[in-house]
Design a protein around this ligand. Structure first.
Ligand code: DGJ
Length: 729
């Protein structure tokens, strides 16, 4: 049983193959205490860890100083205002303005399988895959029902959490904070791993010591963002890729979030994760239910690498729904870096003709095909084909591309409106704005108030018309600015604080419609590069554009950070032209291909203009993609070395789940004069089996490759790369 309730100890035990999570109800008080999370144990009762008999923390025996208890007890879901001064998980404000809360256990249910989360993306599993626990509690000051949900995916070593608030009190309540997860660790001296960046520098890894006080990662930008990421791992000081304890938490949500660790006075560490309370205030009327998004948690006692592999397996099996998730994706060529806005039908056909000869399988027409979109200052919202550019209309272009044996894909940015657009002329009040005040421009555009049904219906209707008008196989859904000036004259004051979350729910609703209406469509999410590369989006699209930075060397860091949580099969990665458009760096064409192979693989260049030498590499790269796509999509990922630490080289590996083969990518970022070959130790192979290094015939055991390693010759020049394919004999 993955979930067991023990009546004698009033405790719940949640077991996965390698982990145990324990919760207990403190009998008289009905507090819900967090007992343990870590390596699997067989014991049924660890309630002594709650210290309920240890003065001065005994709640029933120390009434004169109950606050000592509140401020030290490991709460399963902490409330605010009665004495626990650490970060609370929930804050409800009554009509009178009171906000203190106290949570007590009422009852619970244990079921097989997992229910859907209303209106939100979430992991899924049937009765074979998981069990779920609902702890039904009451917040005593308001009478609001709080349901703590847990689903245990035994095989994946994953536990998911989410929270529901139900108002049956006859009175409204304002929800000012409702996190999805609160986790008290009995210990300190942890390190925290988070992901940060900027446009073209997404998800760089940061590791730091957790100290006293609050520290974390957050976005209040209306999206998960380039700058910060809804992921936090807490690990032991000595944890490396392969050893040590690691707890990984990932938020299945694409809007504002907070993920925070806090070391408190008694040497405990509290971690919370959920919707950021800033820009959030929800009116929960009588009869209403509020569903907080899901947090996915995994524990590894085998280092950061195992945490990564747990997330990858979980998301490949239980989050991504698209029919493409296990399929080879069409190798696409996108015209963005090839032409930017300067293209017409003939240009696209020229690219497609050349690309099809080389084995490229799909043409994607990026930004600039609609309205009077001749640059990025206008036309967002006018989703009508510009026939000056696309002469003869979209169908004729798509048919011609199809006749070349290629599929066709198209770009949209449905959530936006340009001040210079027909749509804005007709509906200036459709932009998110504070009435009568100027709206902050970003890329010369405003954000549509997608929280409103009529706007969603209108925009989605236009997208649907376009998609129904021709044989379109793929959509790139972009979002190029963050939210500001939160306001709408259609919202009353009581609900104005709901816009950010309602916006995200609106985006999810549109994507749900799109994927239902066009089940064969391959959807790729994008947000000015990778600003919305998150688990929420993966529920709708099996791949997400990782970054506008296509420089092979900078991509190493971006893809490495992204790989912390997300499988390689989800990372949009393209070979582009040099000098690279974001860095000016010149790298070998083959290196660009090797790095893009650790993703969905495609091209983003004008194939009619590149050198014959570069062009000649394309069929070779395409053959590599076909050879390795399955392995890369489904294999176990290992980080071996990274340029940020090693300075001179980068190396990672994918091993087949049955360990029959492995592909190692080695990039020599900088050559070193007067150096010999470099020893690299391979990971994850079957110890006693023999493997042949396909490129040079070396045969050794898995144990030798792992412990003794292989020698990689010094390559001539900077930015050189090689692939090493090991095949079990
Ligand atoms: C940002 C995306 O990341 C790019 O790939 C491209 O689609 C542009 N937007 C188009 O405006």
């Amino acid at each position: 049983m993955a979930i067991t309730y023990f009546d004698d100890s009033k405790s719940f035990k949640l077991d996965t193959v390698n982990t145990t999570y324990m919760i207990a109800i403190v009998d008289e008080e009905k507090f819900i205490g967090h007992v343990y999370y870590g390596k699997r144990v067989s014991d049924q009762n660890l309630n002594y860890l709650l210290r309920t008999e240890e003065p001065p923390f005994v709640p029933s025996k120390n009434n004169r100083d109950r606050s000592s208890f509140y401020d030290s007890f490991p709460m399963e879901y902490a409330t605010h205002g009665i004495g626990d001064y650490r970060e609370s998980a929930m804050k409800l404000r009554t009509e009178q303005g009171y906000s203190a809360g106290k949570l007590s256990y009422v009852t619970h249910t244990i079921t097989n399988g997992k229910e859907k989360l209303q209106g939100l993306p979430a992991t899924f599993g049937d009765e074979e895959d998981c069990m779920s626990l609902s702890i039904i509690c009451e917040e005593e000051f308001t009478g609001i029902q709080v349901i703590l949900h847990y689903s245990v995916f035994e095989k994946e070593d994953v536990i998911t959490r989410d929270v529901q608030l139900v108002n049956k009190t006859g009175k409204p309540v304002f929800v000012e904070k409702v996190f999805s997860c609160c986790l008290d660790f009995d210990g300190k001296y942890y390190d925290m791993i988070t992901l940060h960046g900027s446009w073209a520098r997404e998800r760089h890894i940061q590791r730091r010591a957790v100290g006293l006080g609050k520290q974390g990662v957050a976005s209040i930008r209306g999206e998960s963002s380039h700058q910060d990421h809804p992921f936090l791992a807490l690990c032991s000081k000595e944890a490396t890729e392969d050893f040590g304890e690691v707890y990984g938490l990932n938020f299945v949500y694409s809007g504002n979030f907070l993920a925070q660790a806090e070391e408190s006075q008694f040497g405990m560490t509290r971690v919370v994760m959920g919707i950021h309370p800033e820009e959030f205030r929800w009116l929960l009327k009588d009869g209403d239910l509020f569903q907080a998004p899901e947090v996915v948690m995994t524990y590894s006692c085998k280092g950061i690498g195992q945490m990564t592999r747990n997330f990858h397996n979980m998301y490949r099996r239980h989050l991504i729904r698209s029919k493409y998730k296990n399929m080879e994706r069409p190798i696409l060529i996108n015209n963005w870096e090839a032409t930017y806005f300067n293209f017409d039908k003939q240009k696209l056909i020229d690219i497609a003709k050349e690309a099809s000869k080389l084995g490229i399988e799909m043409l994607v027409m990026d930004d600039g095909w609609f309205g009077n979109r001749y640059d990025d200052n206008r036309a967002l919202g006018d989703w009508f084909v510009n026939e000056e550019k696309i002469e003869g209309g979209l169908k004729s272009l798509v048919d011609e591309v199809n006749a070349l044996g290629m599929k066709f894909g198209i770009w949209f940015e449905p959530e936006m409106i340009s001040p210079e657009s027909q749509l804005y002329k007709e509906h200036p009040d459709w932009a998110i704005q504070i009435e009568g005040k100027p709206i902050t421009l970003s890329r010369n555009q405003y954000v549509l108030d997608i929280s409103r049904q009529e706007i969603r219906d209108y925009i989605y209707g236009l997208v649907k018309n376009i998609l129904s008008s021709a044989n379109i196989a793929y959509v790139k859904w972009d979002m190029n600015r963050q939210l500001t000036n939160l306001g709408s004259k259609f919202m009353n004051c009581e609900q104005m604080g709901e816009i950010s979350h309602r916006y995200v729910l609106g985006v999810y609703e549109m994507m749900e419609r799109l994927t239902k209406d066009f089940p064969d469509l391959l959807l790729e999410n994008c947000s000015g590069g990778g600003a919305r590369f998150d688990a929420g989006m993966l529920y709708y699209s099996p791949q997400i554009w990782c970054s506008d930075n296509t420089d092979a060397i900078e991509r190493l860091e971006i893809q490495r950070g992204t790989s912390m949580v997300y499988p390689l099969s989800t990372m949009g990665a393209h070979v582009s032209d040099c000098p690279n458009h974001t860095t000016g760096r010149v790298t070998p064409f083959m290196t660009r291909g090797h790095v893009a192979l650790a993703g969905t693989f495609g091209y983003e260049l004008d194939v009619t203009k590149i050198s014959e030498e570069d062009k000649a590499c394309i069929p070779e790269q395409i053959a590599l993609y076909h050879k390795y796509a399955k392995l890369i999509q489904s294999g176990d990922y290992y980080r071996i070395a990274n340029v940020a630490e090693e300075r001179y080289y980068d190396c990672y590996e994918v091993v087949a789940a049955d360990k029959s083969e492995a592909l190692i990518t080695y990039v020599q970022v900088m050559n070193v004069a007067n150096s010999h070959s470099r020893r690299i130790r391979i990971k994850g192979l079957e110890q006693d089996a023999l493997y042949e290094w396909e490129e040079n015939g070396l045969v050794q055991t898995g144990a030798a490759y792992e412990n003794a390693g292989i020698l990689i010759p010094s390559l001539w020049g900077d930015y050189q790369s090689i692939l090493i394919h090991l095949i079990r004999k």
